[in-house]
Structure formats: C-alpha cells, structure tokens
Design a protein around this ligand. Structure first.
Ligand code: FAD
Length: 377
C-alpha cells in the first residue's frame, strides 16, 4: 500500500484548492493537492467568467477587494492574464423598483471603493444605445470585468505546481479521519495520506467530504445554464447582469457573446450537469429583448456545471468547529470565480497563522449548527 505524508493536503483541485496551494507554497508549506479528475475541470473551468464585486453581500467585499488587486496582477501570480479585462460590470434595471434596489445597494456599500454609478433616462440611452426598450437604466461598476475560466483555473494549478505543490490527479478521496497530530485520508486506489492539516476545497461535493469528518454542512447542488453565440461584430463592451438575476452576458474579444441564466439538471448523480431546455429557450428570448442585435444570432453551444449553494449563499470558509487543523473552503454559491484568489490566500493565512484578517463570521462553517442550537435554547 502506498503511503504519503504531507503538511497540508488539499482535497479538490478547483480554483479554491489551487489558489490555496499557490499561497501555501509561497509561505514554504509542504502541500499536496488531491483531485478526482483534472484540475479546473469542474465549476472553476466551465463558469461564465464574470469577475465582479458589484452585487456581493457586504461580508464578501473585503475579500472581493483583495481579489480585485490580485486579478490586476495575474500574470505575475500565474503566468497568464487569463484574458482578464476590466470591461466594467453593468447591472440593468427594467423597472423603477429595480433602479431603487440598485441605488440602495450603492448606498449600503458606499464605504467600499466600488465607484458605482447609477445611470438612467436619456443619459443611459445615449451611453448604451444597444439595449432594448424594456431596459430603463443600470448600475455600472467601471472596474469590474471578465476573464476566461478555461485559462485561469488550470493556470493556478500549474503555478502552484511550479512552486513545488505536489498533485495527485485522477485520485478520489474516499475516507478521512482525524489521527493523532493530524488526519488520515484514503484514496480510491488505496493510497494512505497522512496530513497535519486538511483543506476541504471539494466545491459542490464539499459537504460529502465534511460528512467524512462527521460534520453536517448543508449545501445544495445547482447547475447554471450557459450559452454562447457565433462570433459577432462588437456589440457589448461591458459584462452584463440584470437586477433580480436570471440573465447575464459578456462579449469576448473574438466576438462570441457568452450568456447565462436559469438552471439545468444533474447527470451521473451530480458528477456532471447539462443545460435545461426551458432555460435555453429563456436565455435566447431574454437575449433578444435586452440586446436586440442578438435576435438573429446563432447559438452554437450550451453547457452547464455543478455548483454548491449554501442556505444563506455565503461560503463555508474557515476552520472546522470539530477538528483542529481541518479548514473548509467550499459553497461559493455561484460567485466563487472572482473571489477565489483571495479565498486561497485566506486559507493559507488560516493554516499558517490561525487567523485571516479578511474572513467574516458570516463564513463560519459552524454558523448553521450554532443558529440551530440557539433556536432550541
Ligand atoms: C456554470 C457556472 C457559471 C458560474 N459563473 C460564475 C461567474 O460568472 N462568476 C463567479 O464569480 N462565479 C461563477 N460560478 C461559480 C464559480 O465557478 C465557483 O464558485 C468556483 O469555481 C468554485 O470553485 P471550487 O474550487 O470551490 O469548486 P470546483 O471548481 O468545483 O472544484 C472542486 C474540485 O473538487 C474535486 N473533488 C470533489 N470531490 C472530490 C474527492 N472526493 N476527492 C478529490 N477531489 C474531489 C472536483 O473534482 C473539483 O475539481 C459559476 C459556476 C458555474 C457552475
């Protein structure tokens, strides 16, 4: 039987696991990533590519602001810019109450340097003539943007490896248990891994890993539906969302418009996902309503991915309340792409120093248990 020892074992080679590995290696901590398939092949590599702070809950903004800095220095961290562009993120309003909600959000987060601008009426139309008559305004975050997840996610894995992180790809963790002075993990192939620390970065499967440690961290899988058009002339300069959700779009430099909205369905018991028929139709309809130039565009591909959603849409990002040395980092609820570099840095700080300055109590893995206990007493 194979035996491996390491200081830090990271379960899951998505962006969260690989960013954690990168920061751990920069601190000189021995690190092993264990990934069931290929690094970045799940949510981290198939997502929409929105790199936005606008719309996030306040608790996430300190991490999102730190991530914003890291994104701007991406080539220095991972050797590629990942097609990252600060195109701006425009959240559209289709009613007066949407506009009010956008203005309320701007006021609630005014102590963060997001530079949100509410645009409406003639000024909005002059600046954005491309939108249909149902769109009456929007909130622009000029420095938010977009990137190509297919480039970014594997690049984090390569960067961590080039700094000395070891990778066991195509290796699934089947069993885990605390042992004196650390943890014992067993892979599907029978390899035993002893680690002083374990990071649970298993994404939509993070609750399964938590259960191996006898922890119940509720999470539900969801399968965002994505679509892309043929290459088109330039028609959309910003990354787009709508107040209330349900549709988002961005145009890449090659001309394709990437869009998303609604949820698909599970395949192979949540190992994979496929886009749903109704959301596919709804994306096409909304695209034509919001951006009339897309009415006759050909949609050349649809896809989906598996993402883990927590009950309050905040990640589990912090130390286990049961086992010292176990850190949970999953449940990013549809918004983990932008924040992942800072989440990885926070994981490394927690592991090395026992605390991470940008982590909020709202991310505590014990919050649901504590709330249930308080409700009973
Ligand atoms: C279609 C889609 C669109 C999205 N759009 C955006 C967006 O525009 N902006 C944004 O900020 N976020 C977006 N997200 C969310 C974002 O992609 C995720 O929050 C983020 O990638 C989560 O990263 P992760 O590393 O936690 O998970 P993952 O990338 O899923 O990685 C988890 C890894 O753990 C591995 N694993 C699981 N179980 C085991 C095991 N037992 N042993 C070993 N390995 C295991 C898996 O194989 C997987 O590779 C989107 C998500 C999806 C699915």
């Amino acid at each position: 039987m194979n035996r491996i020892s390491t200081t830090a074992a990271i379960i899951g080679g998505g962006l969260i696991g690989c960013a954690s590995a990168l920061f751990l290696r920069r601190m000189g901590i021995e690190t092993l990533i264990i990934e069931r398939g290929n690094c970045g092949a799940c949510a981290s590599g198939v997502n929409f590519g929105g790199v936005r702070r606008q719309g996030r809950a306040r608790a996430q903004l300190p991490l999102a602001m730190r991530a914003h800095e890291i994104w701007s220095e991406l080539p220095a961290w991972i050797g590629t810019d990942g097609e990252y562009m600060r195109s701006g993120h425009l959240k559209l309003a289709r009613s007066l109450s949407d506009l009010q909600a956008l203005a309320d959000y701007r006021d609630r987060v005014s102590d963060f340097d997001l530079g949100l601008q509410i645009l409406e009426g003639a000024a909005f139309r002059r600046r954005y003539p491309e939108f249909g008559p149902g769109v009456i305004g929007g909130s622009l975050c000029p420095e938010d943007g977009q990137a190509n997840p297919r480039l970014v996610a594997p690049a984090f894995a390569r960067a961590a490896q080039s700094l000395g992180a070891r990778l066991l790809a195509h290796t699934r963790i089947m069993e885990a248990a605390p042992r004196a002075g650390g943890f014992a993990l067993r892979t599907e192939q029978g390899t035993c891994i002893h680690a002083d620390f374990v990071v649970n970065a298993a994404g939509a499967w993070g609750h399964d890993i938590a259960r191996l440690f006898d922890e119940d961290l509720p999470q539900t899988p969801g399968y965002p539906t994505m679509a892309v058009t043929e290459p088109l002339p330039c028609l959309l300069g910003v990354s787009l969302g709508v107040e209330g959700g349900g549709f988002y779009a961005r145009q890449v430099e090659r001309g394709n418009v990437v869009m998303g909205g609604g949820f698909g369905e599970s395949v192979d018991h949540d190992l994979r996902a496929r886009p749903g028929r109704a959301p596919m139709q709804r994306i096409a309809e909304q695209a034509g309503e919001i951006l009339p130039a897309l009415r006759h565009a050909h949609l050349i591909r649809f896809w989906s991915g598996v993402e883990g959603y927590t009950p309050d849409k905040q990640p589990y990002l912090g130390p286990s309340t049961k086992h010292s040395g176990l850190i949970h980092a999953f449940g990013f609820s549809g918004a983990g792409f932008q924040i992942s570099p800072a989440a990885g840095e926070a994981v490394a700080q927690l592991l090395a120093h026992g605390s991470a300055p940008l982590l909020d109590a709202a991310f505590s893995p014990g919050r649901h248990t504590t709330a249930a206990t308080n409700a009973k007493s």
